[in-house]
Design a protein. Structure first.
Lengths: 212, 441
């Protein structure tokens, strides 16, 4: 099991939404890296990324989330799980390019073997985030991304933000209701390099008998 | 100084980040002393002496002009206005534009430098910045790739090899030789100015900034090799009987280092974790504590290892700096033992320590000690003073005294080092010039 880390202090979705709403752009949350435990880590997981050029809720379940009128910020970090086809049917998407493919990604998931985790975050409009790995336990989930410039031909300005909604297929069926700790980190190295560190960490744990 | 992230800027950023978690590490004080920013800004006058770096070798106007023209030509090769049409991705556009702006600033400050060596270094920096902008822009505009730069990489590598093959530690006066060879080592010694096509370090393959990155590295290597060759050739041309002084440098370094280590033994009871602690004096979190910590870090023997053979001249300048820091630490510690903590309670406190630093620097510069070696140290100290001044010049509103701890500690270390520089310079020079029979330390 992962040890208690600073992110656990921010546990609870409500605390997380409030706590991170002000941290936008390229900064990342305060998780340790590589993850302290190497249990339940999937490197280069199957995923689909949806980009919204408006800073607005992009994926939701139930009623569409809206920003409060008196609050300019919307919740840029929003986490949800999809554990079966019924839940998949209740997921709504913003009307943007790629929404149909995102829906197809959910529909193509075998929920007898996998769980989908959706994470939304705000990123600079000129940058992309590639998902490198995901780590999960019964009460904690953590993603790691690689940040890179988007192509030179993409029209964007440095003071604009987009929302990235990343749908991740976790190759395990589990009950996410106990998950109350969410973490996400972002490095500038390639996923290959970042994942190599996790591999080394895992090998070192294996060699020493590990704590598994 | 423009364009550099100041320490205060970093602190502000830290504060902003801390706001995310609701805990500001800077707000732990009870009843903090506040100073008036306008009064602090008014302290900063033009009294910091200008002590640009110089070398005891003649740098020709022709060499300087060629470097300046190269800087200007590179700068001119990037359009003055870059917009959405030229570079759609704003983040990439910003990087190119900023590098071009930095090049302009550096060209302008280079022309204002008062010594040829300082000018040469500044033009070199301007060329590297401008070349980053040019390389990136050409990748965007013409499709230039890193591979296209391979031939230039090979040429600069081969020129560097050729220079290293013919370079000897020749000289006449060993102190002057040490200074010139230090400058050469810093440019072409093993591991310096190494450039290869490979993969970009900061960017992904395909990002035009990765082409700019390589172009910049090539330019830095080109500047280093050309300047080192020029310094070496000018040194050779100035010598009637070039003598290889390498053994003398290595020998002096060995003896000086042994002497330094013996003297440092006196401080063996100092706790490396809390080198500022002096019995009976409450010095924690004062400028004096911060200054003592910085000085003690500078004499950490772990930081001085493994370069006696590869860069003996630079190793000697390190020993010189170590003697300076050792004496500075000891003298400052004595003042703390006498009860001085240099705590800031008023603008006058800042003024006093700043004036003392300036006075010490002027006195060092006026001393009859080895002028070349002296300047090697005082140029750095004058830069640090200017840096602290720059921070004071930018304060606004009401300033918490604790925020000035770092700047006041800089004034303190400059003062202590400036006072220690003349004797340390004499000592290193004596060791270098000693006849074999006199070689004791």
């Amino acid at each position: 099991m992962p040890s208690i880390t600073r992110r656990r202090a921010l546990s609870g979705a409500a605390a997380l939404l409030t706590g991170f709403a002000g941290c936008s752009g390229e900064s990342s949350s305060s998780s340790s890296y590589p993850p302290e435990s190497t249990d339940n880590v999937e490197l280069n997981p199957e995923s689909y990324t949806l980009r919204n050029s408006e800073v607005a809720p992009t994926v939701w379940t139930g009623e569409r989330a809206t920003a409060r009128e008196d609050e300019e910020r919307v919740h840029h970090r929003h986490h949800l799980f999809v554990t079966n086809a019924d839940e998949a049917g209740a997921v709504g998407f913003a009307d943007i390019d790629g929404a149909a493919d995102a829906r197809a990604f959910l529909d193509a998931t075998d929920y007898d073997a996998a769980t989908v985790y959706v994470e939304q975050q705000q990123v600079g409009a000129c940058f992309a985030s590639d998902l490198c790995s995901i780590q999960w336990s019964e009460d904690d989930i953590e993603t790691n991304y690689s940040r890179r410039y988007r192509d030179v031909d993409v029209s964007c300005e440095t003071d604009d933000d987009d929302v990235l909604a990343v749908l991740v297929r976790i190759p395990e069926v589990f009950d996410p209701s106990d998950i109350n700790g969410y973490g996400s980190s972002r490095g500038s190295g390639t996923c290959e390099r970042q994942n190599e560190r996790i591999r080394r960490h895992r090998n070192a744990s294996d060699d020493s008998g590990g704590s598994r | 100084m423009t364009g550099r992230l100041t320490r205060r800027g970093a602190l502000v950023a830290l504060g902003a980040l801390a706001g995310c978690s609701g805990a500001n590490p800077l707000s732990s004080e009870r009843d903090p002393t506040e100073l008036d920013a306008a009064a602090l800004r008014a302290l900063v006058d033009d009294s910091v002496p200008s002590l640009p770096e110089r070398l005891p070798v003649e740098i020709t106007d022709g060499h300087l002009t060629a470097s300046e023209e190269r800087a200007r030509a590179l700068f001119d090769a990037v359009p003055a206005t870059l917009g959405l049409d030229e570079i759609p991705n704003g983040a990439i556009r910003e990087k190119v534009r900023q590098a071009r702006e930095r090049a302009a600033t550096e060209i302008s400050s280079a022309t204002a430098e008062s010594t040829p060596f300082a000018r040469l270094k500044a033009f070199g920096g301007a060329r590297a910045e401008a070349r980053f902008a040019v390389g990136s822009w050409r990748a965007i505009d013409e499709g230039l790739t890193r591979e296209d730069l391979r031939a230039e990489v090979e040429t600069v590598r081969s020129d560097r090899r050729a220079l290293r093959d013919r370079w000897r530690y020749v000289g006449d006066d060993p102190v002057e030789a040490m200074l010139v060879h230090t400058a050469i080592e810093q440019r072409i010694a093993s591991g310096r100015s190494v450039v290869g096509v490979g993969e970009p370090h900061r960017y992904r393959p395909g990002n035009p900034l990765g082409v700019g990155e390589l172009a910049e590295e090539i330019e830095r290597a080109r500047v280093a090799v050309d300047d080192a060759a020029h310094l070496y050739d000018r040194l050779l041309a100035s010598l009637e009987n070039p003598t290889d002084l390498r053994e003398r440098l290595v020998d002096a370094r060995r003896r000086l280092r042994e002497a330094f280590e013996a003297e440092r033994e006196v401080l063996s009871s100092v706790d490396p974790q809390e080198p500022w602690r002096v019995e009976g004096v409450d010095v924690e979190e004062t400028p004096a504590a911060e200054a003592l910590e910085e000085l003690f870090r500078s004499i950490d023997p772990k930081r001085d290892d493994g370069w006696d053979e590869t860069t003996p001249a630079e190793a000697l300048t390190w020993t010189h700096a170590s003697f300076v820091a050792l004496a500075a630490f000891t003298s400052l510690r004595e003042r703390v033992r006498g009860g001085e903590t240099f705590a800031v309670e008023s603008t006058a406190d800042v003024d006093a320590v700043r004036s003392a630093a300036i006075e010490a620097l002027r006195a060092a510069e006026a001393s009859p000690a080895e002028s070349g070696l002296l300047r090697h140290s005082t140029a750095v100290l004058a830069d640090r003073l200017a840096w602290a001044d720059e921070e004071l010049r930018n304060v606004e509103g009401s300033v918490r005294a604790s925020w000035l701890r770092n700047d006041v500690s800089t004034y303190l270390t400059v003062m202590a080092r400036a006072r220690a520089t003349p004797p340390a310079s004499e000592r290193v020079a004596e060791a270098l010039r000693a006849r074999p029979s006199d070689r004791r330390e």
